[in-house]
Write a protein that binds this ligand. Sequence first.
Ligand code: CA
Length: 466
Amino acid sequence: MKYHVVLFIILSSILFPSCKEELPTDKPNFIIILTDDQGYADVGFNGCRDIPTPHIDRIAANGVKFTDAYVSYSVCGPSRAGLITGRYQDRFGFGRNPLFAANDSLMGLALTEETIADFTGREGYRTKAIGKWHLGAHASLRPLKRGFDEFFGFLTGGHQYFPEEWTLQDLSGVKAQYDAYRTKILDNDQRIEETEYLTDALSREAVSFVEQNSKDPFFLYLAYNAPHGPLQATQEYLARFDNIKDPKRKTYAAMVSAVDDGVGLLLDKLEELGILENTLVFFLSDNGGPEQVNGSDNSPLRDGKGSLFEGGVRVPFAMMWQNGIKGPLVYDQVVSSLDIAATIAVHAGASPANKLDGVDLIPYVSGKNSGSPHEYLFWRKFDQKAYAVRAGQMKLVNDRKVKDGLFNLESDISEANELSDQNMADSLKKQKDLWEKEMVDPVFMGLGQDKEYSREHPERFTMEAY
Ligand code: CA
């Protein structure tokens, strides 16, 4: 008997080598393409007319367009912290937009947290972050310390776009909050002499990364800072928009067009390498457009960046994975940027150390799971005591403009008509209170406390050369 069992095990291992060994070749690649401050209406797949985005639209046309997709905060830093961890950022005190403070090890993504790069890296994925980081400039918080094998970009919340503006050799030249917009670009730990328009350089590096890693699974986090200010574009891109008279919108359009070109180069390269079909590509903006600042358009949504009305948190969002989803699809249930980490974890076969707040989107999109991915989504802005809850088509918003205003998004996408349903409002508020019990206060001061922080940290701008 024992002999037969042993023989069976030996034969099985010869005839059926363990699945684990075969998995890597089948594992999909993952790419997150994140834009910065792009409006809900400013992609072709959401109906944009004056800014063609044919390449971004390819993602939706070959995959799925999400109509009701949200980020977890309405400005850059906290939204990115939620995205890259897959967890509500208030769980770990990232409830503010960080200040630039490279001497401060608390100013950024808490070390208790894993990034998508951490858990995909453990499964053998090659990982790279390109573009805007904004999750901490301290030596312990930089991309190479947060799971990424490679980094190309800049650490702060934005950057000048033209090489001639990059006049600071490194952080030792930074003496005020926005000076870091002028530092030279980082290639891993090295400051380099980059010569291209920033958006083009980021696209070039993305193409190069997939070219070098086409044989092994990879995770690429491509975080364009466009079309975040300062509004700067090359003549090549501006010349495409003679039809747009408003100078702000014209430059914004040119910046979006540059991103779209980059997305096209990247998709073309994946196709050429024969790996497009098994690459899961996400496209989204990190928050709503600040319409007055950069000429973006969130219509028909109310408000924009910084707000918890739809214009602040509902974003253009598309996903493609030809081996896993047969597009084109339109998915109209509520989804979140928090779902990206969960989706990647499942399909990378990874085991994140912390509990994620999102879900694998694939079974929902394919129709295998017919329910809604989220019974509730929550937002809060700690300093403003503002919050919002979405459940089904109902949304409760509390901020400066409305006190516990209730809206039905199905009939009122613009949140123009407050409903009087006290029971519903109370019920949503109660869920928000339960959720908030799991959240913690911010662990660092934010952009609004620049002066106060500088007073308390006189060493703030005494950085070494790095
Ligand atoms: Ca942003």
